[in-house]
Each structure stands twice: as structure tokens, then as C-alpha cells.
Design a protein around this ligand. Structure first.
Ligand SMILES: CC(C)(COP(=O)(O)OP(=O)(O)OC[C@H]1O[C@@H](n2cnc3c(N)ncnc32)[C@H](O)[C@@H]1OP(=O)(O)O)[C@@H](O)C(=O)NCCC(=O)NCCS
Length: 173
């Protein structure tokens, strides 16, 4: 397989990213959420990444800012998702490259942690752990074990708390 190139999205990629999301998910909700995220306060352009194979966009992941409310106050952390790989290229490590690149780019931006809602079986291999280990909950309508998290700074999640996703995520959860 040709090498995968992972880079930040540009405006020229929006249509191709829609196509990736529409092909990977059933329905339009994830593609719509990505469009809404771009207009939202929490959007971090450097953390909306595409995977290119032979010049074609075959995968996408976005990390955006969400609030963590804990006893010690409020802070910004990152939420990963949606993420998608076109079905014809899945199971070839492209999703893993996207996640590892996203984590590597998030670290120097000094956020404390990353959370993910959904698919715990997939994300744990990258170091995400059940959010319940830190007493973390969220405002999304998901089962407790569907929320996983990764500290980017050791001890950052020790105080637990509630992850407050913006309302636009409620089109999925
Ligand atoms: C999940 C997804 C992003 C993985 O991308 P990928 O490029 O296939 O991932 P990788 O090749 O790095 O890893 C593949 C492994 O992920 C795991 N995996 C894939 N989908 C999974 C899921 N829904 N739940 C749990 N594990 C999953 C499998 O263990 C798979 O291993 P295998 O190839 O030995 O079967 C891709 O399958 C996809 O777009 N799925 C539809 C959309 C989706 O569910 N997105 C994630 C939630 S936002």
C-alpha cells in the first residue's frame, strides 16, 4: 500500500470529508456534526485531520474543545470524533494513523486530556481507558462504559467531573 499522508484539513477538503463520513456512517448525522463543529467555538482547525492515499481523502478525524467541570473548576479538554475511514480502505491501519497523529498534535497544544464517546473497544488500544476510572461522566445520553478518556498530563483527570459536550453532539447521542 502507498504511504498514508495525514495532514490538517483545508476548505478545499470539506466536500471530500463529507463523502468519507457519508460512506462510513449510516445517515448524514456525522457529516452534519462535522460541518457544525467547524462553525463552533470549540473547533481547533489544526486538529481536524485527513488521511490521504494517492491524493484521495480516505479518512478523517476531528478533535474539538469541550468543557470539563470538576470540583476544582472548569477547564478545556478535547473530544475526539467523529472519525471515519472509507469502507474500501478500512482494516489497513488508516484509522490508527489518524488517531496517533491526532494525539501527537494535541500534546503540544497543552490540553489536559482527550475523551471519546462511543466504541470503547476500538479506542482502548490507543491508551484510552474507561472514564469511570476517574469518576468522569458526561452530559451525553450514552451508557457509562461508552465514555473513554486519556490524560495528556499525568493526573489531569484525577478530580473526575462532568464532560460538557456542546448541544450539537446531541444530534448523535
Ligand atoms: C472505526 C474505523 C474508523 C476504523 O478505521 P480503520 O482504518 O479500519 O482502523 P484500523 O485499520 O486502524 O484498525 C482496524 C481495527 O479496528 C477495530 N475496529 C474497527 N471498527 C470497530 C468498531 N466499530 N468497534 C470496535 N473495534 C473496531 C478492529 O479491531 C479492527 O481490527 P481488524 O482490522 O483486525 O479487524 C472505521 O472502521 C470506520 O470508519 N468505521 C465506521 C465509522 C465509525 O464507526 N467510526 C468510529 C466511531 S466515531
Amino acid at each position: 500500500m502507498q504511504p498514508i499522508k495525514v495532514r490538517s484539513e483545508t476548505a478545499e477538503d470539506f466536500r471530500a470529508i463529507d463523502v468519507v463520513n457519508l460512506s462510513a456512517f449510516q445517515g448524514e448525522a456525522e457529516a452534519q456534526l462535522v460541518s457544525e463543529l467547524r462553525k463552533s467555538d470549540g473547533f481547533v482547525p489544526d486538529l481536524s485531520l485527513v488521511a490521504e492515499l494517492n491524493g484521495r481523502i480516505v479518512g478523517h478525524v476531528v478533535l474539538s474543545r469541550v468543557k470539563l467541570k470538576s470540583a476544582s473548576g472548569e477547564s478545556d479538554i478535547l473530544a475526539l470524533g467523529p472519525m471515519s475511514v472509507v469502507p474500501s480502505q478500512s482494516h489497513r491501519g488508516i484509522g490508527s494513523e489518524l488517531i496517533n497523529a491526532a494525539i501527537a498534535r494535541a500534546r503540544p497544544l497543552c490540553y489536559n486530556a482527550i475523551v471519546v464517546a462511543g466504541y470503547p473497544g476500538y479506542y482502548q488500544r490507543f491508551g484510552f481507558r474507561p472514564a469511570s476510572e476517574w469518576g468522569l461522566t458526561s452530559n451525553l445520553n450514552i451508557p457509562e462504559d461508552a465514555l473513554t478518556a486519556m490524560e495528556l498530563k499525568e493526573g489531569a483527570l484525577a478530580g473526575g467531573g462532568e464532560v460538557i459536550y456542546p448541544d450539537i453532539f446531541k444530534m448523535l447521542f
